[in-house]
Ligand binder design. Structure first.
Ligand code: PEP
Ligand code: MG
Length: 576
């Protein structure tokens, strides 16, 4: 029995066998000894054949879910593998330059990709992205890493163990078979941690490299509240945790039944508590947890794990499905927030030194109308007779906001010309998640209908600390005075212009921060569905006056330690 400490990413307890997953190609040697060449040629042949077989499965699956046209891309991927010239090139590199099968694959595909990129025709240039995708598949097979399909086809309930999980990995996962998960890296607001909370799957992240000693099928306990993983628990420990799990489930049921009522403070002020969701399933989960609407619909999950941009029709179908679950409740749809750690195979991001400061979200959308406009059309179409609102992510300047609004106007005109119904009054707001937007909130406020503070990124950019890097996790602090001052500024600027201000970062559902945020005047709290019951209970225990006093005291303090110590003396429940 061994205990590994990590970060408590998603509440709950899971007990079960491990499933060790590794999607990243492992490190490999570049060259081999002359007498190993024949072996590498043989490995190359086997890996090409295996990649071809994998693509059969991927093609069939995509045909069922996305249709023939979208799936056809995988047939094109197979054609690359069947191309004798490409295969000869790779074999030649092994024979003539003693490259390993991995290095030869990468070099041969890269050579072809660069040749395609040099062509005038954009069709061929874009095929370079496909070539690199196939190359990664072959190299992954050669290095013995798994295909993401392994996560989609789990046979029994398991605890997923990984170095890290990308948003695409978690999107593919068959969640009905996942009891919990734990990763060696990642911080509390990494996308994987967020998704775990949305889905209510217990998770611990940032467990460090020793997690990777866990082998497939080993019995594990994931303690998502205590932030630890126990390997090979003895019978007593196992029984203790099964009891805790039972208790936790009972507590959830009790809180959930109270959560269906609105959160009204002790002195009678109703507070809007809404949810962060990723699709129609999580929208339903949100309602079951007591959400009064959606404050953040992360549409990017619809774009992941595919080989082409979702069509307007596909997007409309999904947005409308969520809007139908929400009925007349508010539904804030965030436009595509891609880039950074969320890469798409069909968008060439090029090499970026700093992807988190790079070409992403609204920046990318403004540059790529063929991505942005179909999404805006789909959102506006879903707005007919529904309470849909549009929210732009990662706005840094007023200029970007104006350009994005102009794009909406263009799309509205198209819809009018085509006699397609939509709500012409659809409110438009921005996420305030870059310090420049917070500092200039007074300049932006007259030109938006609302602000929603994206604390996850706002904290990361204010303190210049990667939200997914556990080594700087100590800097990543919602109660840092600089962060609190920015939040105060945004709320005041919004209110002065008569606009409501919400928050959809994780901080909005953090029991430690809720009293301060209420006191600062936050109008809307948007959080993962599983956080709603506790947040509502907390809000009901406060008066607005008391919260204002707390906020005023906290704003006078110089460090988060001081703030935390003060909040601890108040005796407010830190958890439900
Ligand atoms: C945020 O940055 O606070 C936010 C809600 O957006 P995301 O976590 O998707 O970056
Ligand atoms: Mg963000």
């Amino acid at each position: 029995m061994r205990e590994i400490k990590g970060l408590a990413a998603s509440d709950g307890i899971a007990v079960g066998p491990s499933f060790v997953y590794s999607s990243q190609a492992q490190a490999y040697r570049e060259t081999c000894a002359p007498d190993e060449r024949a072996v590498h040629v043989q490995r190359l042949g086997l890996a090409f054949a295996k990649a071809h077989d994998e693509l059969d499965v991927v093609y069939q699956k995509a045909r069922g879910t996305a249709g023939e046209e979208a799936a056809a891309i995988f047939l094109a991927h197979q054609e690359f593998l069947e191309d004798p010239a490409l295969r000869d090139e790779a074999e030649k590199l092994i024979q003539d330059s003693s490259l390993t099968a991995e290095a030869a694959t990468r070099a041969a595909f890269e050579l072809y990709a660069q040749q395609l990129e040099a062509l005038e025709d954009s069709y061929y240039r874009e095929r370079a992205v496909d070539l690199r995708d196939v190359s990664r598949r072959v190299v992954r097979i050669l290095t013995g890493a798994q295909d993401v399909a392994a996560l989609a086809n789990l046979n029994e309930p398991v605890i997923v163990v990984a170095h890290d999980l990308t948003p695409s990995d978690t999107a593919q996962m068959d969640k009905s078979k996942v009891l919990g998960f734990c990763t060696a890296s990642g911080g509390l607001t990494s996308h994987t941690a967020i998704l775990a909370r949305i889905l209510g799957i217990p998770a611990v992240v940032g467990l460090g490299e020793s997690l990777l000693e866990v082998t497939d099928g080993q019995m594990l306990i994931v303690d998502g509240r205590g932030g630890r993983v126990i390997t090979d628990p003895d019978a007593g420990t196992r029984a203790e945790f099964l009891r805790k799990k039972h208790q936790w489930l009972g507590e959830q049921t009790r809180l959930k039944s109270a959560a269906s009522r609105q959160a009204t403070t002790k002195d009678g002020h109703p507070v809007q508590v809404v949810a962060n969701i990723a699709d129609a399933t999580s929208a339903q989960v949100a309602l079951d947890c007591g959400a009064e609407g959606v404050g953040l619909y992360r549409t990017e999950y619809l774009y992941l794990n595919r080989q082409s941009i979702p069509t307007e029709a596909e997007q409309y179908r999904d947005y409308r499905a969520v809007a139908d679950v929400m009925g007349s409740r508010p539904l804030l749809i965030r436009t595509l927030d891609i880039g950074g750690d969320k890469q798409l195979p069909y968008v060439d991001f090029g090499h970026e030194q700093n992807p988190f400061l790079g070409w992403r979200a609204i920046r990318l959308c403004l540059d790529r109308p063929e991505l942005f406009e179909p999404q805006l059309r789909a959102i506006l179409r879903a707005s007919a007779d529904r309470n849909v609102q549009i929210m732009f992510p990662m706005v840094a300047t007023l200029c970007e906001l104006r350009r994005a609004r102009r794009a909406v106007e263009r799309v509205k005109q198209q819809l009018r010309d085509e006699n397609i119904p939509f709500d012409p009054q659809t409110p438009i707001g921005i996420m305030v998640e870059i310090p420049s937007a917070a500092m200039a909130a007074d300049l932006m406020a007259p030109e938006v209908d609302f602000f929603s503070i994206g604390s996850n990124d706002l904290i990361q950019y204010t303190l210049a600390c990667d939200r997914g890097n556990e080594r700087v996790a100590h800097l990543y602090d919602p109660l840092n005075p600089a962060v609190l001052r920015l939040i105060q500024r945004v709320i005041e600027a919004g209110h002065q212009a008569g606009k409501w201000v919400g928050m959809c970062g994780e901080m909005a559902g953090d029991p430690e921060a809720i009293s301060v945020l209420l006191g600062l005047g936050l109008d809307e709290f948007s959080m993962n569905p599983s956080a709603i019951p506790v947040a509502k209970e907390l809000l009901r225990a406060l008066t607005v006056r008391q919260a204002r006093e707390i906020a005023a005291r906290v704003l006078g303090m110089s460090t988060s330690d001081e703030i935390r110590a003060y909040l601890a003396t108040l005796g407010l429940p830190a958890r439900g």
